[in-house]
Design a protein around this ligand. Structure first.
Ligand code: LMR
Length: 328
């Protein structure tokens, strides 16, 4: 870590010195793994627009979508080494750096998108923005994608239908526990590999939002998608603390404000974008969307809710209580 920190400081001194000496622009590279026409893709574009309008000639934003530069599993290291300057990974990927983020993966925890907003904007959520400081990372704002659905090569109506099937998951112990709880086999794999793993039949299913299922063409290789709405895919815009604090004050203030405005914009379009992508998937006739009856959904909840108790000690009772309280 010390070597990395020194390397980062040297790189930053060089960047900042060059930028004052030659009036060169500071380049902010934004890496993400999804398509541009998604909540995260659109948020990155909005961030670039705001920054390049307000800090014209001072800061240039380069966006690398679709994992062109790196998978999201690599962004913390990329920020620490100053290879990229901003990212927005799924909170499920942050588990190695802070156990608190597991809260967002607990199935059937938040009862509405508004509840997630209340939790994130409340005092516990705002504290979580600082939970990665030990890794030299600052969180700037939370960003929604949307509710996750479960697709497979067989119709899943009851939890027992998933038994023995292999599902791609993000690297999250909660999501792993979720599939284990229904007798399925969770397999961790990067986002960029999902389509191929499903197309070749190496895996049977996966969980993701409508916008990711649409933009990655997952629906073309999955004949059934069960509308479980069991948890939300959430992101955080993150930067290196060292990089951020070494920026000139006015630049940092403007960049922070731009990130928050971009998050607010992304959050305002996320729900509609997912609803539109759901319609496009439905209209494509590649796949059948399965709606659960209240009784069927209750069975999924009964099977999955015990996971809350399993993870309460590692997440923290105060965080779990705050999340439950945000529902009302
Ligand atoms: C996934 O791996 O499914 C997601 O984290 C991808 C994303 O960034 O939306």
């Amino acid at each position: 870590l010390i070597v990395t920190t020194i390397a980062v400081i040297l790189a930053l001194v060089q960047v900042l010195f060059t930028s004052t000496a030659n009036a060169e622009e500071i380049v902010v590279k934004f890496s993400h793994v999804v398509a541009e026409d998604t909540p995260k893709g659109q948020t990155a574009i909005r961030f670039k627009e705001i920054v390049e309008q307000r800090l014209a000639g001072q800061v240039k934003v380069e966006i690398y979508p679709n994992a062109k530069l790196m998978d999201d599993e690599a962004v913390i290291d990329g920020l620490q080494r100053n290879v990229i300057q901003i990212a927005a990974p799924s909170l499920s990927l942050l588990e190695p750096y802070s156990k608190s983020f597991k809260i967002f993966d607990l199935p059937f925890l938040f009862t509405s998108a508004e509840a997630i907003d209340r939790f994130q904007q409340g005092s516990t959520g705002q504290q979580l923005l600082g939970a990665l400081r030990g890794a030299d990372i600052d969180g700037l704002c939370f960003l929604h994608n949307g509710m996750k659905q479960i697709s497979a090569n067989v119709p899943l109506r009851l939890p027992a239908d998933a038994k023995g099937k292999k599902f791609r998951i993000q690297p999250s112990s909660v999501i792993e526990a979720q599939f284990n709880a229904i007798g399925a086999i969770p397999v961790r794999a990067p986002f960029t590999k999902v389509f191929h793993l499903l197309q070749t039949g190496a895996l049977d299913g996966q969980e993701n939002t409508w916008s990711n299922v649409y933009s990655q063409r997952i629906y073309e290789v999955q004949p059934y998608i069960t509308e479980t709405n069991h948890a939300s895919l959430e992101y955080m815009l993150i930067v290196s603390h060292t990089f951020w604090t070494m920026l000139p004050d006015d630049v940092r203030t403007n960049l922070t404000a731009a990130a928050k405005e971009a998050c607010a914009y992304g959050n305002s379009i996320a729900r509609d974008l997912n609803a539109t992508d759901r319609k496009k998937i439905e209209a494509s006739h590649y796949t059948q969307i399965i709606a659960l009856t209240p009784q069927q959904r209750q069975q999924w909840m009964t099977a999955l809710k015990p996971i809350w108790t399993t993870f309460e000690p590692t997440i923290g009772k105060n965080i779990l209580d705050a999340a439950i309280a945000a529902n009302s």
